[in-house]
Ligand binder design. Structure first.
Ligand SMILES: [Fe+2]
Length: 399
């Protein structure tokens, strides 16, 4: 997040003497992007974070995280019924990648098992949208609890694990997880030249929070003890083993750290006539945007049509993940449904939706949209839950 945060104990000046209770030095780590010129934080580890005991490849994890392309023979719309995807696996290996390109991967995860290791995705910012479930992201920056509706943004390179609170998640864990080859950020157009969120932004700094507590795990090196950190970098998955705990940071400060924002805190922007999707924008990423469709009052022009108009996204793909409520423009959607309206062909509201929306005053819909500016590939996992009748639903349902 582009504002300064400090947690734990740090010395009064960077790169100066800072000693542990036993008299040894703490170990500084600059965690930053774009060399030494980008956004960064400065961390103080109890033990050096570089003393790997052994290193080995992770072929099984690598295979699980590699999308398997399902070639398409026609350009068409898709309706993916993710409710049919099975639950299982830990928070990383539970991901079922459905669509991807060089900028972003989109996956659905329904984890049931805890992580016995830590994970460090060094090649992609990660965005977890928590549809269902509670727990904690235990990160090198501290613990970040999550609940339904949260977007959790993890800068690439963050060492973490997710601890599932299954006892307080009666519906299980259901997440929509995206990975970006670049930074996932607050839209720059919502910020002034100082980085502060503008008055007309649909959310502000009060709605955003970083880790809630820093609880370093302090241990002296012990031969024979191993902590595993699975590192994803250079399209390889590598297991690093250390004899000290990776979450041993006693203090840090800076501008780069994991954070969360709950979709319920998105304040919708409405108008007298239909407002286009950019008013719903929540984040920006490399060649994609993330939008939140939240419960809101409809347009109030006496002759307004609240349902969206047909549109041709000539050169972008439009993914919508349906979270809750009766989605205004489209009947037949299930909780967890995904529609993908690709570039090159028009789409619009379901037959009759425009007429039916006239005079309606509000909607309870809740959905997450990601528009990518480059085409996506579909995976075998996506095709297993694809409804092939969907592309003709505008015709079939209008007879
Ligand atoms: Fe659309």
């Amino acid at each position: 997040m582009p504002y300064y945060k400090k947690m734990g104990n740090i010395p009064h000046k960077r790169h100066t003497i800072f000693r542990r209770p036993d008299g040894k030095l703490y170990t500084e780590e600059l965690f930053g992007v774009e060399g030494f010129s980008g956004i960064a934080s400065l961390l103080y580890h109890y033990n050096p974070p570089v003393r790997a005991v052994r290193i080995q490849p992770c072929p099984e994890m690598s295979a699980a995280l590699t999308p398997k392309v399902a070639p398409q023979d026609v350009q068409r719309h898709h309706h993916l019924k993710t409710g049919a995807l099975p639950a299982g696996g830990d928070p990383i290996q539970a991901r079922r990648i459905l669509m991807f390109n060089n900028d972003i991967r989109m996956a659905l995860a329904r984890p049931t098992e805890q992580m016995p290791y830590y994970y460090r995705n060094s090649q992609a910012d990660e965005m977890y949208f928590i549809h269902q479930g509670r727990g904690v992201f235990e990160t090198v920056f501290g613990n970040l609890p999550y609940e339904p509706g949260d977007y959790v943004i993890l800068p690439h390179g963050t060492t973490y694990r997710v601890v599932l609170d299954n006892a307080n998640s009666p519906e299980g864990q259901r997440w929509f997880v995206s990975e970006a080859k670049g930074r996932i950020e607050v839209p720059h157009r919502y910020q002034n030249q100082y980085g502060q969120l503008l008055e007309h932004s649909p959310f502000c700094e009060r709605d955003i929070s970083g880790p809630a507590e820093l609880a370093p795990i302090i241990e002296d090196p012990q031969t024979g003890r191993e902590y595993e950190v699975v590192v994803r970098a250079a399209d390889m998955v590598t297991a690093y083993y250390y004899e000290t705990h990776p979450l041993d940071v006693v203090g840090w400060d800076g501008y780069l750290y994991p954070w969360r924002f709950n979709i319920r805190d998105f304040e919708p922007i409405t108008g007298r006539i239909h407002q286009p999707p950019p008013v719903h924008q929540t984040f920006q990423g490399p060649n994609f945007v993330v939008c939140s469709f939240v419960p809101r009052k409809f347009d109030y022009h006496p002759e307004g049509i609240p349902a969206p108009y047909n549109h041709s996204n000539i050169d972008s793909e439009e993914m919508i993940y349906y979270v809750n409520g009766n989605f205004m423009s489209r009947k037949g959607m299930e909780i967890g449904s995904i529609t993908m309206h690709p570039h090159g062909i028009p789409h619009g509201p379901a037959p009759g939706a425009a007429e039916a929306s006239i005079g309606k005053e509000a909607t309870e819909e809740l959905a997450v949209m990601i528009d990518t500016f480059h085409p996506v590939y579909y995976t075998e996992a996506a095709m297993e839950i694809d409804d092939p009748s969907y592309p003709l639903s505008w015709y079939e349902n209008d007879k």
